[in-house]
Design a protein around this ligand. Structure first.
Ligand code: ADP
Ligand code: MG
Length: 686
């Protein structure tokens, strides 16, 4: 029997191991089971090379638990260890690598994977650990190593007859008694060991007998030793891919597509990624990809390893080449990780391109669900954008899909404005903007549906990449002005007539501090709506940005909303209204108009006369005269505005026209809507 002291440099490593990384205590099980798997794989390799000539037999790894005594045992039939090997691998190498690991990382949080702590992680949860092992080598004796969490250990040969392999026996400490619960161990095995390549038994399969579940004598195997990512794609059916998806995510709809990753140079990586079916709240769905290293589960937070936009995907990635025992920031700058990330991006893009090329119909069918991934990728990843620009689709209000170049071809001739911009007209609300969509269509324009969560960003990206391409929302201008082709129709209203009508319409607009309404007159087709309310594209975008929390846009956030109330100067109802107001106010309006006209002319004359004279050289007389005119003009204009507003307020037709415009934008609500309905009924009754 040998008594000894393990590595002498750090007396206090055990207390540190025990306390270290509290939340990660559970990884001890992963470490011990993967050691058992390693030992099992080694014996298989030796057998296949002819170096081991005995029976391999059943290689199942058994995990067993005595809940009462808090004893957890992990047994394998792998290579085992001779006494010299225990001394070398456990006392010296494993210990010093654990020590090194501890020193390196004890002050660091957020370490992913903790490979390297290895065997000694058992002391995070156990007061005492025993290793009972017998090497496969002929003539080996059974060896027992015991250590009670101090640098002292014992190593002895024991007489117990046993088969080759190793038992690791943990005496779970009082503090960590949760790890002596069946439930917990079962949970941890399923979390970390679910896809390990050697069968792992924990307890027995159960059956329903005499009104309760009872153990059968069949071992319960908790893992799938050959998960699909380890197989060749040609050997796997679509159904199997789907089944595997549901195994990983028991709740969830059918995935849209899968991508099988498989590379062995310049790094090793396999995996299967899925495009899940999600439309809303993609934030919640993030980080579902599971990362494995040789089939051992490591983590499901893969930021830094896969490109940001691909964290929306689901599935597994397995790579022994991703450094696991390092911090996240290191990971992000690791060149291997960068290569892996680029590779995955390229694979995903290639696969999408392949589906698009080979089966466009299917691609289009799934587009509405795929859109968010592809747009997210385009916006956040230059390399992906480069590839995706050939298969990203646009959808119009007829439900037709176009690639970017197809769409440009489609609209180029009719939707180019006077400055040579190709203008893409879009709606973000097919129902709500129905009237505008019809208006645009009546001009022969195509209307795109851009109602996705990322469409605003996508539009920004597209305009940025493509000079002379602009998106305008269908409600940002009246149809005639959506695309400015500089072919203006004459306006039948004189400026005096406009001045008369403006206060009339203003009087009927809702008054609130938060919204500005600006009345203007446009020369539109007489079969277009009499009044249309639009919202400037630029202002609206700025407002949207500020709502999404862009600091530099907060200035726009504070500004009141502003809408244009566009009165169709050619519409018969508008012209009728003018006539009606004029005849109703009769002489009073006529006189005021004449006075204002006269004063305006005088004012223009004096301004003309004085236009080249410096202010201090103007005579007193002229100054007084000019001030007098200004005052008079203001007075009469005010007077006229007042009587026009008064007339407007009493004019039910004007009210009706304004309300109709509000209504068609979904802006007529509450009491005003009720009144509108009542008034409409009365008007019909007439
Ligand atoms: P690592 O697995 O990274 O080598 P560990 O600390 O987990 O480090 O294990 C140290 C060494 O102890 C292993 O390399 C192996 O040689 C030996 N060992 C641990 N567990 C077993 C086992 N179940 N069977 C055989 N050898 C083992
Ligand atoms: Mg190990």
């Amino acid at each position: 029997m040998q008594n000894g002291k393990i590595g002498v440099t750090t007396e206090n490593i055990f207390p540190i191991i025990k306390k270290f990384l509290y939340s990660d205590h559970e990884i001890f099980l992963r470490e011990l089971v993967s050691n058992a798997v390693d030992a099992t794989q080694k014996i298989k390799t030796l057998a296949s090379m002819g170096e081991f000539k005995g029976e391999l037999g059943d290689l199942t790894i058994h995990v067993s638990l005595d809940e009462e005594k808090r004893i957890l045992k992990i047994s394998d039939r792998g290579v085992g260890m001779t006494s010299e090997e225990v001394d070398k691998y456990i006392n010296q190498i494993a210990f010093s690598s654990a020590e090194e690991f501890m020193q390196k990382y004890q002050n660091q949080t957020g370490i992913i994977g903790h490979f390297g702590l290895g065997f000694y992680s058992a002391f995070m949860v156990a007061d005492k650990v025993e290793v009972i092992t017998k090497s496969y080598k002929e003539g080996s004796k059974t060896v027992k190593w015991t250590c009670e969490g101090t640098p002292e250990y014992t190593l002895e040969e024991i007489t117990e007859e046993r088969d080759r392999g190793t038992d690791i026996i943990l005496y779970i400490s009082e503090e960590n008694k949760e790890f002596a619960e069946k439930q917990k161990i079962r949970y941890l095995l399923e979390k970390y060991c679910r896809f390990l390549p050697v069968p792992i038994a924990f307890g027995k399969e159960q059956e329903w007998k005499d009104g309760k579940y009872v153990d059968t004598d069949k071992d319960l195997i908790i893992n799938d030793t050959a998960p699909i990512w380890t197989k060749k794609p040609s050997e796997i059916s679509d159904k199997e891919y789907d089944e595997f998806y549901h195994k990983l995510y028991p709740v969830g709809e059918e995935p849209l597509f899968h991508i099988h990753l498989n590379i062995d140079y310049p790094f090793n990586l396999t995996g299967v990624l899925y495009f899940p079916k999600i439309r809303n709240n993609f934030e919640i769905q993030k980080n579902k990809i599971q990362l494995y290293s040789n089939q051992v589960f490591v983590t499901d937070s893969v930021e830094g390893i896969v490109p940001e936009f691909l964290t929306l995907l689901h599935g597994v990635i397995d790579s022994p080449d991703i450094p696991l025992n390092v911090s996240r920031s290191y990971l992000q700058s690791d060149s291997n990780v960068k290569k892996i990330s680029n590779y995955i991006t390229r694979k995903v893009a290639d696969r999408l391109q392949e589906i698009f090329t080979n089966n466009r119909e299917e691609f289009e069918k799934k587009w509405d669900d795929l859109k968010i991934f592809i747009q997210y990728g385009i916006i956040t990843d230059e390399k992906f954008a480069d590839k995706a620009k050939d298969f990203v689709l646009l959808k119009n209000t007829d439900g037709k899909y176009f690639t970017l170049s197809e769409y440009e071809e489609l609209v180029k001739s009719n939707q180019t404005d006077k400055d040579n911009n190709i203008v893409y007209v879009y709606t973000n609300d097919v129902e709500g903007q129905h009237g505008f969509i019809e208006g645009a269509k009546s001009k022969g324009y195509d209307v795109l549906v851009m109602d996705g969560q990322l469409d605003n960003h996508f539009i920004g990206w597209y305009e940025n990449k493509n000079q002379n391409h602009r998106f305008v929302r269908v409600d940002s201008e009246v149809a005639d002005k959506l695309i400015d082709k500089a072919e203006s129709k004459p306006l039948s209203l004189t400026s005096m007539q406009q001045d008369v009508l403006r206060p009339v319409f203003e009087s009927q607009l809702p008054s609130t501090d938060k919204v500005n309404y600006l009345v203007s007159f446009e020369s539109m087709d007489e079969n277009q709506q009499p009044v249309v309310i639009t919202r400037n594209e630029f202002m609206r975008r700025m407002k949207d940005m500020s709502e999404m929390g862009g600091g530099m846009y907060s200035f726009y956030g504070q500004m009141p909303d502003s809408f244009n109330v566009v009165v169709n100067g050619n519409h018969p109802l508008v012209i009728d209204t003018l006539g009606e107001i004029q005849s109703q106010l009769g002489e009073e309006l006529g006189k005021l108009n004449k006075k204002i006209d006269k004063i305006s002319t005088e004012k223009r004359n004096i301004d003309e006369k004085l236009k080249d004279t410096k202010e201090q050289d103007i005579s007193e007389d002229d100054k007084n005269h000019r001030d007098e005119l200004d005052k008079k003009l203001a007075k009469y204009t005010d007077e006229r505005t007042n009587i026009l507003k008064e007339a407007g307020r009493n004019n039910r037709l004007v009210k009706q026209l304004v309300d109709l415009a509000l209504l068609s934008n979904g802006m007529l609500k509450g009491e005003e809507l009720t009144k509108f309905i009542r008034r409409s009924v009365e008007l019909i009754g007439k």
